[in-house]
Design a protein around this ligand. Structure first.
Ligand SMILES: Nc1nc2c(ncn2[C@@H]2O[C@H](COP(=O)(O)OP(=O)(O)OP(=O)(O)O)[C@@H](O)[C@H]2O)c(=O)[nH]1
Ligand SMILES: [Mg+2]
Length: 318
């Protein structure tokens, strides 16, 4: 058997087909869990408070002092009710160390969030800010318009801008920033997606078309893209019972595989999470998955910022 360990310790089997040994590992045990995890927490990773703290300090280690940037800017995109605002509240809760609600999260058929909301953690976390948006819906009549998304990513739209799905922003609008600086641009785009919708492979053709069109636009800018798969506790009862089961859950593994196909994003950039939603207390174990996702967002966002700044500096020499 020829195994290579991927990014974050994800396990991949080289060669075609799998040995009987591999098939055995893919067969769930009597509880319904895989015998071998489909991903590991990482070399040093354990489901402990110590590890949660280590992730927290890794996120803060970047030093932007010699640059004109103070924060990596992360944009959350996704359908209505995918869990975008809940992720923002989850990050705020980790930052403050207590259950925090800085934006309204509620299940509803039309988007609860309608303005571009910027959140910058200020207590335990630093180095990044997150922008929450209105849901991207299948039809162009409701939710965020594709044109608006591209303007947000390029930094043309200011925070607190109230979206109007019937009328996308245009360059003549008084709020339009025609020459955004580095601090105003997005450095990492995060597609937030309900793992239950993905897991049932229940994606409409209209949604697929919209995702494809968005991906094509974003590829031109070459901006890093990450997928957050939310509500894994609803998808898998074993995960609801114990978050540690996430990497042994066949349902979560399948949802990650389907997300990879839908978004054309490599597996190491797809993160299953369970947001804080109606908990009364924080739980360090539940902090670990959002922290792993955040760490990657900040790492790839930093790389993007540094390479685009380097390209700009090169341009200036001519
Ligand atoms: N069980 C569970 N529920 C979640 C999770 N994430 C979000 N929810 C619930 O899903 C519903 C929608 O979440 P929101 O965070 O409002 O979704 P949104 O993407 O911001 O939606 P819009 O702003 O309307 O576009 C809320 O009732 C949340 O409590 C999760 O990981 N697990
Ligand atoms: Mg919202």
């Amino acid at each position: 058997m020829n195994k290579v360990r991927g990014f974050f310790g994800s396990k991949k089997t080289k060669g075609n087909g799998g040995s009987p040994d591999d098939k055995d590992k893919k067969t769930p045990d009597k509880h319904g869990l895989l015998k071998e995890p489909w991903r590991c927490l990482g070399r040093k990773g354990t489901w402990t408070e110590k590890y949660a703290k280590e992730l927290l300090s890794e996120i803060q280690k970047h030093d932007f002092k010699k640059t004109d940037l103070s924060n990596i800017r992360i944009l959350l995109l996704g359908p209505v009710s995918a869990g975008k605002s809940s992720f923002l509240n989850t990050v705020a809760s980790i930052d403050t160390g207590r259950m925090s609600q800085i934006t309204v999260a509620a299940g509803s058929s039309s988007s609860t969030t309608s303005a571009l909301k910027k959140y910058r953690p200020a207590e335990k976390l630093k180095n990044f800010c997150i922008l929450d948006t209105m849901g991207v819906e299948d039809s162009d009549q409701g939710g965020l318009n594709l044109k608006d998304v591209v303007y947000v990513v390029k930094g043309n739209i200011p925070p607190d801008y109230k979206f109007n799905p019937a009328s996308p922003i245009d360059e003549g609008n008084k709020d339009f920033r025609s020459d955004p600086n580095n601090k105003e641009k997005i450095h990492c785009v995060v597609f937030v997606s309900d793992a239950n919708v993905i897991g049932q492979n229940n994606i409409s053709d209209a949604t697929r078309a919209k995702i494809k069109a968005l991906q094509d636009e974003l590829k031109v800018i070459d901006i890093p893209r990450i997928v957050l798969l939310t509500k894994i506790d609803v998808l898998c009862k074993l995960v609801e019972a114990d978050i540690e089961n996430v990497y042994k859950s066949p349902k979560v593994e399948e949802a990650v595989r389907l997300a990879q196909e839908l978004y054309y994003i490599p597996e190491q950039n797809i993160f299953p999470v369970k947001n804080y939603e109606n908990e009364m207390e924080m739980d360090f174990k539940k902090d670990i998955l959002p922290l792993l996702a955040l760490r990657q967002m900040i790492n790839v966002g930093t790389d993007f910022f540094r390479s685009s700044s380097a390209a700009r500096d090169d341009d200036e020499e001519f």
